[in-house]
Design a protein around this ligand. Sequence first.
Ligand SMILES: Cc1cc2nc3c(=O)[nH]c(=O)nc-3n(C[C@H](O)[C@H](O)[C@H](O)COP(=O)(O)OP(=O)(O)OC[C@H]3O[C@@H](n4cnc5c(N)ncnc54)[C@H](O)[C@@H]3O)c2cc1C
Ligand code: SF4
Length: 472
Amino acid sequence: MGKVTGFLEIDRSDRKYAPASDRIRDYREFMLPLSEEATRDQAARCMNCGIPYCHNGCPVNNQIPDWNDLVYRGDWLEASRNLHSTNNFPEFTGRVCPAPCEASCTLNLQDTPVTIKTIECAIVDRAWREGWIQPEPPSRKTGKRVAVVGSGPAGLACAQQLARVGHEVHLYEKNAKPGGLLRYGIPDFKLEKGQIDRRVAQMKAEGVVFHCGVTVGRDVSATALVDEYDAVALAGGAEAPRDLPIPGRDLAGVHFAMDFLPQQNRRVSGEPIGTNEPILASGKTVIVIGGGDTGSDCIGTSIRQGALKVIQLEILPMPPKAENKLMTWPNWPLKLRTSSSHEEGAERDFAVMTKALRGENGVVTALDCARVDDKLQPIAGSEFTLEADLVLLAMGFVSPTREGLLEELGVALDPRGNVAADVRRYAASRPKVFACGDMRRGQSLVVWAIREGRQCAAAIDEALTGATVLPR
Ligand SMILES: Cc1cc2nc3c(=O)[nH]c(=O)nc-3n(C[C@H](O)[C@H](O)[C@H](O)COP(=O)(O)OP(=O)(O)OC[C@H]3O[C@@H](n4cnc5c(N)ncnc54)[C@H](O)[C@@H]3O)c2cc1C
Ligand code: SF4
């Protein structure tokens, strides 16, 4: 373990953000890394618990106490090898993961968990700087061909694992560039897209063939892929947004978050924004409906675009500021979370229902709202009105879209509309077809997508060759 008395001697100290007044001037990442010495000190706080709850709390089962010890001892190369043995893309999770590992850490019982995410990010950033991350092409080819549909974290992880054991992997992506929501959903200020580009370069050198700008089920027949390849992995995400079917929904100025956010990501990278009208928050009063990650990203993006005012509405009541540890630990607690975007100047209101959208000349101007009780029913007499020039709907995603790919394949869906497949074989109802990530589990997290992509690759490898050396 690190330093036996480290957790007693060293206080938790984490990465800081650049000041809000500076960071909102551009779309660059603003997390300030700890120095090497400070990172080492933080790693020294790890107690190497007999039961490392962090390791279990982490969906990819990162071997956290092991690399904490390696960082403490200064063996960053071995720490990087260890980290990459469980996570293909720690630079993504080291930036955008909500870190369920830290919620599970024993030291979180006193609100001072080891800064696991910061240490993870420091290991992989250093590994890139030192040139330790190189392509790992297979030593032999199996002669089997696999198509992966969708290049989000699930598709990327699945493709990388399969290529490394010698399969010929073709990754199909409808967007112009790979990355899924990492590229077109999550804003650059949380994850700069060069992070994705260098992994894609690594994967190309390992033999993965990228077919971007190809929608399977429209430009290429999905059944033809199943005929042509030995296996097809569906990793198309959960793209159907939850709508708000209330009066005024069709007014101009009311948009899904995922019509707004990708445009800004494309602007930052110099890609055309497409045929849709530009949606900009500049000089506007913006109301974001929905309190999750996507809502936060709408806030940060609106503020950078120069919104006059941003208000976020959440229908659920305000969660407690602190959790009851003995009731929740080591599980993920429900508590009030304040994101970097909230700190940049948004107002938040809870237990609010939007009953109607009003407008003039077809353009939204106001929301009719009411407060709700604990059964989420409107409270009589609590009605109020908010002015708005732009309304962004960020209420989550209900399922994958069915048109095209899934309809054509006719794969069975679970009751929520996701592709039905278990987490052992990842096999969909149609022979040779597998599913992983948000397309299988519903809207989730990057780290779960990586886990599912890795496990799905192991299942496909086993199905194709009768055995696998890929970890689950
Ligand atoms: C705005 C936003 C912010 C988020 N922030 C975070 C965060 O901070 N931390 C976190 O952990 N999670 C976050 N998430 C969730 C996370 O991004 C997703 O859970 C994760 O990306 C899912 O990975 P995936 O590979 O399953 O799917 P996706 O990332 O959705 O990728 C699916 C890919 O499949 C492609 N595709 C779909 N259908 C086809 C087809 N027919 N043919 C070809 N290609 C197709 C899509 O274009 C897409 O590129 C966020 C989500 C959103 C929307
Ligand atoms: S739970 Fe926390 S202290 Fe214990 S091994 Fe994991 S990171 Fe270290």
